[in-house]
Ligand binder design. Structure first.
Ligand SMILES: Nc1nc2c(c(=O)[nH]1)N[C@H]1C(S)=C(S)[C@@H](COP(=O)(O)O)O[C@H]1N2
Ligand SMILES: [Mo]
Length: 878
């Protein structure tokens, strides 16, 4: 514990919750009130100086609220009007336990009713419905004929923290940060006393209320249970003073309802009517607002079927347990230099609903594996120690053992532990042992978000820790949720969307483990000299070399899945690297058939020397050479998601084009850190019209430490490649070329297609996309395309924006279907693998199938197509 004490002393930040925080009271007679109880020297929390704004802001001048003075610090979440605002989180917190009205969050569904001073005494509140004695009380009566109490109550909008939900999936609600809550001392009569006057009938069960604000769907109204009102322990009251001052226009001037422990939406402002009923309120705002519909109900479902809104089980009353970290604030930094304190004191708020007390607040530095208890301070308790007059009401907490207010927590954490943590998560528990959940419960209205509050810790290169809040309302920088989203992270990945070290996409095209397969024929004992090999450097009888062994490709020219070109371009060459790089075990098993002999040592040497010869040829119009590896410099890398990047490589000159026909691919060769040569085929993202550079989209397959699965050799090597490094390209390769206007060539034969189906998965999109783009970007091209793209999760969809754009621009030429095997609940598209049903959907009018994806996917699509009677000549597998 001694370290903790040190930490508190070391921490220079100000103590914002020392009470009483603010001796200077605003003008009025309150000081008198206090002096009458001088014998009672218990210190209670009193509000900070109020200094109410007197000026109508320019921004409000042209709105119906041009009569309401406001504080410019309030953050407007729904534009200029209506006024839905919260204070910056730290500003709110720094006020202490009680929030001045001008910084108290505001939720106005419409304009603020204008009530002039002289109209207030005669303001009327009617009590009607199932009462024996319907009455209308004036404001003056309510003040004078009922006992007045003063109670501290925290109000919270059901939408508090909604921005976090909206980041995951847009809800039908605007983006509150974590400051849609505030606390004040409220003065007025208990609503139970007022109701009694009207003599409720036995069958009255609900208390409906209505405000004076005229809204698009009628007046604002809602209801609560009458029994709750009658239970004085629940503290449900009418209030005409907030922190000792008459209500401000935004908070319900001249009178409102205040309900402890329940969402703010039930506390009607500008109160005019109370109706007792045997049914809940039929007000539009009661029915269509402040509800948590089941998570699987989509906005469309809720629109179609009114039953979701008529179900009282989904209406929110009690608040739920919730908490937030305030300090460190978003983008706060901590430099780790010599001046760095040993401890950083984390601080924030917590609250629960139904008047339940927060009984523990816990923080974790290891994503919830282990937790530490924070200190909790309950300023509300200080009011229980005294009974006195305050603001013209009896301070009425001494006999109450329930909790109406927020509390504060703090925990000093050793900075060296923060250095080693990726984040800090927070959760609170209340006295019903209800604990905040780890995961979000998303619903149509985006309400009651109370999952663990998480702060990400980033390590800046200059030796600083930088803290990120999940979201920040209307401000920059926007917090980790925005960052994760931009990185393409999936919030449902179990790690708040952050990259999980070693995470592997199970539908990925992982390179198959290369087993040693014997490729030679023991009968082929011929020794071949370099002259003989060179004599077969032609397209009629192409010989090629793999690992010093010579093969005759002639019998395989027709059958080679990569087309004759790939064999012809290998003629007379040592193609060991690319052969090993791209061929499967079963391909290797076929090789003994074509083995004709072994190169002599001299021939080996000659071949090696010729391939090492510097490329001195004059600059050509296009970069690629099908018969030579061409060097290129890695000049730029752009991160498009946590595992995908666009690599840019320089061509020989700024005016040179790559020279890759649409539909063909190229090969990349490089040496990894261990000196091992790796070769893989790729289709660039940039078009062949691009000069000077080539862009290649690469999805990196990381090692999976958990399962011990190795990542992608090539993609990991590329990812580790330093800028300025050279690697090599060779190509073009491929049996398919799209010529434009529906014309293509397959295995050298010119043909045409009216309609193409493009089936792909993972990074298989890249060759497909090249063809699709050629079709879609040419307005003269009448070909139609059906794109069927299968992935694991939404974040794995490559070229998504590009696809959407092509689709948008060509609604009649292009159909686009995404399907996910592991979607999150926010996904509304197709789910499951690419199966027969989907393939059949794509088959309408299709005369050419282009397929590219992981081996498993290609295999099953081939089976489906064959089963459907599609001829092999109409299928292209890349
Ligand atoms: N008449 C009326 N009462 C109302 C509202 C409203 O728009 N009109 N908004 C409700 C909602 S949703 C909330 S959260 C609280 C907000 O109270 P505040 O603006 O004083 O913070 O008022 C509630 N009472
Ligand atoms: Mo609200």
């Amino acid at each position: 514990m001694s370290t903790v004490t040190t930490a508190r002393q070391a921490e220079p930040g100000k103590q914002s919750h020392v009470f009483p925080p603010s001796p200077p009271q605003s003008e009025k007679a309150e000081s008198e009130t206090m002096s009458t109880t001088e014998e009672d020297d218990v210190e209670i929390p009193l509000p900070p100086p109020s200094e109410p704004p007197t000026k109508v802001l320019d921004i409000d001048a042209n709105t119906p609220d041009n009569h309401v003075p406001r504080d410019p610090r309030m953050i407007r979440l729904t534009g200029v009007h209506p006024f839905n605002t919260e204070a910056p989180l730290t500003t709110l917190y720094d006020q202490g336990f009680l929030t001045p009205p001008k910084l108290f969050y505001v939720r106005n569904h419409g304009h603020v009713p204008q009530v002039l001073d002289h109209e207030i005494p005669s303001w009327k509140v009617s009590i009607e419905g199932l009462v024996e004695n319907p009455i209308t009380l004036t404001f003056t009566q309510i003040l004078e004929e009922f006992e007045q109490v003063t109670i501290p109550i925290t109000m919270v909008c059901a939408g508090n923290r909604r921005k976090e939900q909206n980041m995951v999936r847009k809800s039908q609600g605007f983006s509150w940060g974590a400051a849609a809550l505030s606390t004040s001392l409220w003065t007025g009569p208990m609503l139970a006393d007022v109701i009694e006057r009207a003599k409720p009938m036995k069958k009255a069960q609900f208390l409906c209320m209505e405000g004076a604000d005229q809204l698009p769907n009628g007046k604002y109204g809602t209801s609560i249970r009458l029994s709750w009102v009658q239970n004085r322990e629940r503290g449900i009251m009418l209030a005409h003073k907030q922190n000792g001052e008459p209500l401000t226009p935004d908070h319900g001037r001249p009178i409102r309802v205040v309900i402890p422990g329940q969402i703010g939406g039930r506390s009607v402002k500008w109160l005019t009517r109370i109706i007792l009923s045997d049914k809940p309120s039929d007000n539009w705002y009661h029915k269509y607002d402040n509800r948590v519909l089941p998570t699987m109900v989509t906005p469309e479902m809720s629109k179609k079927d009114d039953k979701w809104w008529n179900d009282e089980r989904y209406a929110i009353y009690d608040l739920s347990v919730n908490s937030a970290i305030v300090y460190p604030q978003n983008d706060e930094t901590l430099s780790l230099g010599e001046t760095c304190p040993e401890f950083y004191r984390f601080r924030g708020y917590a609250y629960s609903g139904g008047m339940r007390r927060i009984t523990r607040v816990e923080l974790s530095l290891d994503k919830g594996n282990t937790w530490e208890l924070a200190d909790i301070d309950y300023p509300e308790d200080r009011y229980r120690e005294t009974e006195r007059e305050l603001y013209g009401g009896r301070l009425d907490m001494a006999s109450r053992d329930v909790c109406y207010c927020w509390c504060f927590w703090q925990l000093p954490i050793a900075v060296n532990r923060l250095v080693n943590a990726e984040d800090v998560v927070l959760r609170a528990m209340d006295e019903s042992m209800t604990i905040q959940p780890r995961d979000m419960y998303w619903s149509v209205l985006g309400m009651m978000h109370n999952a663990w509050f998480r702060i990400a810790i980033r390590k800046d290169s200059d030796g600083m820790l930088r803290f990120e809040h999940p979201t920040v309302p209307m401000a920059q920088p926007k917090g980790w949720m925005d960052r994760v989203k931009k990185e393409g992270g999936d919030f449902a990945n179990g790690n708040w969307g952050e990259k999980v070290k070693g995470q592997v996409d199970d539908s990925a095209e992982m390179p198959e483990p290369v087993k040693k397969v014997k490729m030679t024929n023991d009968e082929a004992k011929r020794i071949i000299e370099i002259e003989e090999l060179r004599a077969h450097d032609n397209k009629d009888e192409p010989w090629f070399v793999v690992s010093g062994e010579v093969y005759d490709g002639t019998p395989f020219l027709k059958e080679h899945p990569g087309g004759a070109v790939s064999i012809i371009s290998a003629a007379g060459q040592d193609v060991t690297d690319e052969f090993v790089g791209i061929h499967s075990e079963s391909a290797c098993e076929m090789m003994p058939k074509y083995h004709i002999g072994t190169l002599s040592p001299a021939a080996r040497e000659a071949l090696l020397n010729s391939s090492l010869a510097p490329d001195t040829s004059a600059p050509t119009e296009t970069f690629l050479n099908p018969r030579a590896w061409r060097p290129s410099t890695f000049i730029a890398k752009k991160q498009v998601s946590w595992d995908s990047r666009i690599f840019t490589f320089a061509l020989d000159s700024e005016t040179q084009r790559l020279g890759l026909p649409v539909g063909q691919h190229l090969m990349i060769r490089l040496k990894d850190a261990n000196g091992k040569t790796i070769v893989r085929p790729y289709t660039p993202l940039s078009t062949d019209a691009k000069k000077g550079v080539v862009d290649i989209l690469i999805k990196v397959y990381f090692d999976d430490e958990k399962t011990g699965t190795k990542g992608g050799e090539m993609t990991l090597a590329l990812d580790a490649l330093p800028l300025g490094q050279k690697l090599e390209f060779k190509g073009p390769l491929g049996k398919f070329t799209y010529l434009g206007g529906g014309q293509f060539s397959l295995d050298g034969n010119p043909r045409t297609a009216k309609s193409m189906a493009m089936v792909c998965g993972g990074s298989g999109i890249t060759p497909i996309f090249a063809v699709l783009r050629a079709v879609m970007e040419d307005p003269q091209d009448p070909t139609t395309c059906f794109v069927l793209d299968g992935n694991r999760q939404e974040a794995d969809i490559l070229c998504r924006e590009e696809l959407d754009e092509l689709h948008k621009a060509n609604p009649s030429k292009m159909q686009l279907v995404h399907t996910l095997t592991a979607p999150t609940h926010s996904w509304t598209g197709r789910t499951g693998r690419i199966d027969k049903g989907l393939v059949e959907e794509a088959a309408k009018g299709t005369d050419l199938w282009l397929v590219c994806g992981p081996p498993g996917m290609e295999k099953s699509v081939r089976e489906i197509l064959t089963g459907m009677g599609v001829q092999a000549e109409n299928m292209v597998f890349f």
